[in-house]
Ligand binder design. Sequence first.
Ligand code: 3HC
Length: 309
Amino acid sequence: MVTGTAFEELLAEDGRVEPRDPMPEGYRRTLVRQIAQHAHSEIIGMQPEGNWISRAPSLRRKAILMAKVQDEAGHGLYLYAAAETLGVDRSDLIDQLHTGRQKYSSIFNYPTLTWADVGAIGWLVDGAAIVNQVPLCRCSYGPYARAMVRVCKEESFHQRQGFEILHTLSHGTPAQHAMAQDAVDRYWWPSLMMFGPPDDDSPNSAQSMAWGIKRFSNDDLRQRFVDMTVPQSEALGLTLPDPEIRWNEERGHYDFGTIDFSELQQVIAGNGPCNRDRIDHRVGAHEDGAWVRDAATAYEAKRADRVGA
Ligand code: 3HC
């Protein structure tokens, strides 16, 4: 029986809901959906950049990229652990990812064609993730909010290393500058789509905001990301592929062009450039790792027997 008043009082005081607190079933289900899909995004997100670890242009770049990809795995584990506080089982969430019943971020369904893409992902994708995740540090659900605090600290390293890769390339040879510009051209619009559909087509937003899960709307965070990124693109000496970007003094924001949300819907529906590859690779890795899970289970059973003996 959920004592709605205790829950509502907690939200009204901007308190934190903890795993043992009474909560409406809809609140719990919404958190499981969002946290699980956030975790899936972190794990799938390892693939595009992991593709370049063995081909990084220097030992320094390789070490940085390995650290970043390893961080993403850790983010996924924090988030699966946060989801499990809501009474779900990680193996079931992973099965829902593998069978398409749960989503992961659209952005990871695009290919990483050149080394500059690793820079564009760090600068744009992790930059967008920071804009989206900082407000989640104040999410009403305690375990999710706390997981986000550490994730955001590591994301700022991710974003800065991406910026540095692009800055090096854009101030290198003309061919390197062109490679950086090409990566930004391909990743700019999909990065804006990471924030979700427009507010008037976002079925979950109103309730998520009423429950203090979502602190700002999809469009508000998207605008915040554009406002942050345009000046950075100027410092990089790279052009964002949107001729309609211009400062609007009256609004106090940058105006920007129209996003093709049909592309987002197509990618979410599984028709992006890499959707099939990403899931096939993920399922294959999971199956290859079954022996590790079996060994850990057997070890734990033996240990429990010893302790129990
Ligand atoms: N990719 C895939 N699905 C998306 C999406 C995207 N870019 N944007 C929206 N969707 C889905 C939603 O999940 C929802 O489907 P569902 O009901 O089956 O879950 C549907 O489209 C409608 O969207 P809504 O706006 O109504 O949904 P939400 O209120 O959940 O908002 C969200 C979507 C903004 C992504 C929100 O879920 C969120 O903030 N999630 C937490 C952050 C997150 O998951 N980020 C993903 C990237 S992680 C990352 O970048 C890691 C970094 O290290 C690189």
